[in-house]
Design a protein. Structure first.
Length: 368
């Protein structure tokens, strides 16, 4: 069907959906010219998915700028064993498919565009909680993935533990060790790994006043008791903290127990140290306090924040000052790094930046 326009003496815009269109221009004398071209709009989409009542609920969203024709001829959901075909689908509604592996959505519009996207309904994931070194147990909860979950085990260990219920935490034994990794496999063959993190305490102590912030790696409540305080003071660290304590004195002794019954008795000593890390034309300084505990698997770290850092050359000439402790653009040579804090005084360490060996490989090819 032809459509007629009376264009002004300027550019005219006509938007087609798809197919072949011809433009013919006729002047008052009957002269005419024409131009024909294909109008083709690309189609791209993504799938969104969630699990509901034992099924997958899937929606289709076209990507901005790639709507296709906007009129859709067919939508298919396909996996290794099943095919669901929907004619004249609406992208404004959700579609229900059963739980399964390797589902793919295939969408066709009335211009002949056919595109597909894999459906990631239940990306495998899990949490590790309550890592208890006293009874060598931890809790695992698998909160997404495609059941049944075949197994999980410890990388480097042949131990295999059957998983029963993804709605509950499962308490399992484990062998205490460094860099312990849990691997979970679901029914679709997806694999997820996580490293076991032991309980840790990170303390930041202000350089200018007696304030410290204490954070933990635990998402549970930690009962925290200052045993060097008179009288003893009790706190609770919620969801990893931080817990802010003002007016403390060093040495600061405390005992802490999380909900999982992991316990540490620890002391922060009034023994500051300036630690240096060297790189290519670079030095990083940080002031730490000695922090020790009776549980070797609980990680303890205390840093002093807001110190003033200065770099001097070998002749004790000041080169740069900042509060970050990070200095770059240094030449090869001998230096001193100084950290100053009103409470802990001045700390000074020497360091040398040496030429870095240059190593490279060259590959040579010939062409006949």
């Amino acid at each position: 069907m032809e459509k007629h326009f009376r264009p002004p003496q300027s550019d005219s815009i006509f938007t087609g959906i798809c197919g072949k269109y011809c433009v013919r221009v006729i002047d008052n004398c009957g002269n005419f010219t024409s131009y024909c071209s294909e109008v083709y709009t690309l189609l791209k989409f993504i799938t969104n998915c969630k699990e509901l009542n034992g099924n997958y609920l899937v929606s289709i969203d076209t990507i901005k700028g790639y709507p296709g024709s906007g009129i859709y001829k067919n939508l298919k959901f396909v996996n290794n064993t099943d095919t669901i075909s929907i004619d004249n689908p609406s992208l404004k509604k959700d579609y229900t498919i059963k739980v399964g592996c390797n589902w793919k959505a295939i969408l066709e519009d009335n211009c002949g565009n056919i595109v597909s996207d894999f459906i990631s309904c239940n990306i495998l994931d899990f949490t590790i909680n309550c890592v208890n070194t006293k009874d060598s147990t931890l809790n695992i909860k698998i909160f997404s993935g495609t059941p049944p979950f075949k197994r999980y085990y410890y990388v480097g260990d042949t131990t295999t533990i059957k998983f029963n219920n993804s709605d509950d935490f499962t308490k399992v034994p484990f062998t205490i060790g460094k860099n312990l990794t849990i691997r979970v496999t679901d029914n679709c063959g997806n694999i997820k790994e996580k490293i076991v993190q032991y309980l840790s305490f990170n303390v930041e102590i202000s350089c200018s006043d007696t304030t410290m912030n204490i954070g933990t790696s635990s998402n549970y409540t930690v009962d925290f008791n200052c045993t060097s305080c008179t009288p003893n003071k009790s706190y609770k660290i919620l969801n990893g903290g931080p817990l802010t304590i003002k007016g403390f004195t060093l040495p600061y002794k405390f005992t802490a127990t999380d909900t999982c019954k992991e316990t540490v008795n620890a002391t922060i000593y009034n023994e500051p140290k300036l630690n240096l890390t060297l790189g290519c034309g670079r030095v990083t300084g940080v002031v730490t306090l000695r922090f020790e505990g009776d549980n070797k698997f609980v990680k303890l770290f205390a840093i002093v924040t807001s110190s003033t850092y200065r770099v001097y050359d070998s002749k004790n000439v000041l080169i740069a000052t900042n509060n970050s402790g990070i200095f770059t653009g240094l030449n090869v040579g001998d230096y001193f790094l100084e950290a100053e804090c009103p409470i802990y005084g001045k700390l000074k360490e020497s360091f040398s930046l040496k030429p870095q060996p240059l190593d490279f490989r060259a590959g040579i090819t010939t062409k006949n």
